[in-house]
Ligand binder design. Sequence first.
Ligand SMILES: *[C@@H]1O[C@H](CO)[C@@H](O)[C@H](O)[C@H]1NC(C)=O
Ligand SMILES: *[C@@H]1O[C@H](CO)[C@@H](O)[C@H](O)[C@H]1NC(C)=O
Ligand SMILES: *[C@@H]1O[C@H](CO)[C@@H](O)[C@H](O)[C@H]1NC(C)=O
Ligand SMILES: *[C@@H]1O[C@H](CO)[C@@H](O)[C@H](O)[C@H]1NC(C)=O
Ligand SMILES: *[C@@H]1O[C@H](CO)[C@@H](O)[C@H](O)[C@H]1NC(C)=O
Ligand SMILES: *[C@@H]1O[C@H](CO)[C@@H](O)[C@H](O)[C@H]1NC(C)=O
Length: 602
Amino acid sequence: MGVLKEGNYKVDRPYNISNSTRRWLKSLVTGAAVCLLIFALYRKKSGHCMWGRGGHGHGIGSVNWSPASECSPGTECGSVIVPKDYFDPSAGTASVAIAVFKATKSPKKGTVFLNPGGPGGSGTRLATKELANLIGDDWDLLGFDPRGINKTEPQVQCFDSASDFNFFVANTVLQQGFTVTSSSNLSDPAIEAQLVEQSREFLALKKSQAELCAKNMGDELRYMGTATVVRDMDFMAKLFDGEDGKINYWGGSYGSILGAYLVNMLPHRAGFVVIDGIVDPVNWSTEPSHKWPINWLASTEKTYRFYLETCSRAGSDACPLTQYTGEPYEEIEARLEAFFDALAISPLPVPFGFRPGFLTSGAARALLLMYLERPPQWADSALALSQAMAGNGTLLFNKLATPRPPSNPHYDLARLGVTCMDSPPPKTPAEVPTAEDLAAEFMKTMREVSPHFGASVSVGEPDGGCQYWPVQGPERFAGPWNATLEWPMLIVSNTMDPITPIESGIRINSLMPDSTRMIIQDGPGHCSSAIPTLCTMKLIRGYYAGTLPENGTMCGTAYTYFPDPSQKPEPTLATAGLSADDTKLLNSALTVGELLQAIRRA
Ligand SMILES: *[C@@H]1O[C@H](CO)[C@@H](O)[C@H](O)[C@H]1NC(C)=O
Ligand SMILES: *[C@@H]1O[C@H](CO)[C@@H](O)[C@H](O)[C@H]1NC(C)=O
Ligand SMILES: *[C@@H]1O[C@H](CO)[C@@H](O)[C@H](O)[C@H]1NC(C)=O
Ligand SMILES: *[C@@H]1O[C@H](CO)[C@@H](O)[C@H](O)[C@H]1NC(C)=O
Ligand SMILES: *[C@@H]1O[C@H](CO)[C@@H](O)[C@H](O)[C@H]1NC(C)=O
Ligand SMILES: *[C@@H]1O[C@H](CO)[C@@H](O)[C@H](O)[C@H]1NC(C)=O
């Protein structure tokens, strides 16, 4: 368990820093100390610093700072040269892009590493003054692009161009999602038969994608797993905070996986660690990726019902999905289901969308699921859905275009680069998932957990097809998950998170009862930043300042989900009567929430 033998590399437990890494680090320490000094004195002049093997900024442990003009305002940015493979020095080096928002208050406590989720999200964008408001002014905040992602080299680039990628996914099941003919009678065998058919297309596309990646990336794909990224953080913490510098961390969504791996792989290295929007790491590391959604959707139906009830209470001016204020939520739900079922028979033509196209039932359900993650967009969702129900699918369809900015066309393959390294490979041919297996898993998920969204995860979370992935990583961590920590990790869960349910937070807490504290935000959305609350944010900031909250502390939410359009413009956050510091904290939280969303999906 937890040990992967791959090629010639044998990884031994416990997951302490490996001998080879230790050797590297030893050779670096002296150089590093001298260099840090030189670096402190001359950084501004020389622009970079180097030590270790190589030189000219290419040696392991080199930090190459970019000119300020290339960094976001207020940050220092550049790259750190790390061993590409911590178990094989002959693999050479990788360059990890970093951006640091420096502590403004002294004494400085250390460095906090940041991860926005995805996986595939660029962390360099998180080094901002808003994050500093949430975590504290006395920390250096280090955002980094994880392996394969954005400015970290080597970068995942499977397709030759963005337009190749866009052509590849356009109008396929990858973009349109899986259509379920009718969710009202799952015993109709036609439903599963259609899911099998769509799964065949899905697997063919995934295989095609994987073969392209194999050709264009080859072995470079081996180093994107979460375990490798944990070792990068360890390496960088020693570099920036010294041999004994602990690894402090803040991460949400997939970032909770990185945090859970960190504290369990290197418990003696963990410092202040906060994870928010929890993914179950046991499930993630032991189940193949097509079996993840059944675990992720535990709170989805509850969130959906809350959405419908809130819409009904808001009335039809604010939420056009309801016919009158106080309409039973079941009636709104029945109209939406009738719409999805009609689309399953005849997709809606959308001639004037971001490109001409059509809206399928699968896409419409997947979009609703993504909206449920983001309460600040619920009013928009009601408008887009009601227009589509009236025959104009433009607004809703355009949401399909937003997941991928042209500047970052390889988003979902970067994600696969990570998930295919983390999820266990099939051990026998019988374990290789077939189209029938995928369809059966969808049916099980709809029957047991989420009848409305059981087949709707793949658009927002494009996993799958790892059986075709060309490589295995040097290391795959799979527990144990019950590490003992000096300073407990803080777990943050929402009661209605439609994609990372509270059950996953409780699972980590129950595996590490004395080494974690769990706080709960009582409200909907993905991660606590979905609806900023002073209560949650103060507990998090207090944690980094040394105050452990009581386990089980509950924070309420107050939010206007469907603002009355006649009263616009309504302030998004009620800050009247708050202190300047609280207002700043709340606004920072709001900005961070928007930033996280933009990075994960933008
Ligand atoms: C990195 O991400 C930023 C922000 O999304 C983007 O503008 C930039 O083009 C990306 N760089 C690379 C090399 O992918
Ligand atoms: C559900 O579908 C099955 C199989 O087609 C059929 O026998 C059954 O009558 C249907 N149930 C309802 C309530 O429509
Ligand atoms: C993964 O989650 C599902 C649903 O919660 C559960 O049935 C399954 O047993 C879990 N597997 C592991 C290894 O935790
Ligand atoms: C459809 O909706 C879009 C977006 O709201 C709008 O710009 C367009 O005019 C509408 N088309 C028609 C035919 O109403
Ligand atoms: C941690 O979990 C492992 C594997 O499940 C188990 O063997 C071990 O006894 C546990 N350790 C503690 C301290 O509970
Ligand atoms: C921590 O609080 C959560 C939420 O109330 C609860 O489920 C869990 O059992 C508590 N854990 C411990 C170790 O008391």
